[in-house]
Design a protein. Structure first.
Length: 78
């Protein structure tokens, strides 16, 4: 009886953890796809129409207006 119960519990726990790992992996793939689709700009960025420029410090990234709108509305829901 104890062996049967132990076998049952081990089977359920293995199934649960493999399913949870698949969910984490699919979420990681989704985030990686979003990250790789972004076209970040770094360094000195010139805005020709506005006759201005901005220096993005090292370690920071800049997204243009269209990509920023996508992040705020579609991803964050703002």
């Amino acid at each position: 009886m104890k062996k049967a119960l132990l076998t049952f519990l081990l089977t359920i726990s293995c199934t649960y953890f493999s399913t949870a790992q698949e969910e984490v992996d699919s979420l990681a793939v989704f985030f990686q796809q979003i990250e790789s689709s972004m076209q970040y700009q770094t360094g000195k960025i010139e805005f020709k129409n506005e006759n201005a420029d901005i220096d993005i410090p090292k370690g920071y990234k800049f997204l243009d207006g269209e990509q920023t709108q996508y992040v705020l509305t579609d991803l964050w829901g703002i």
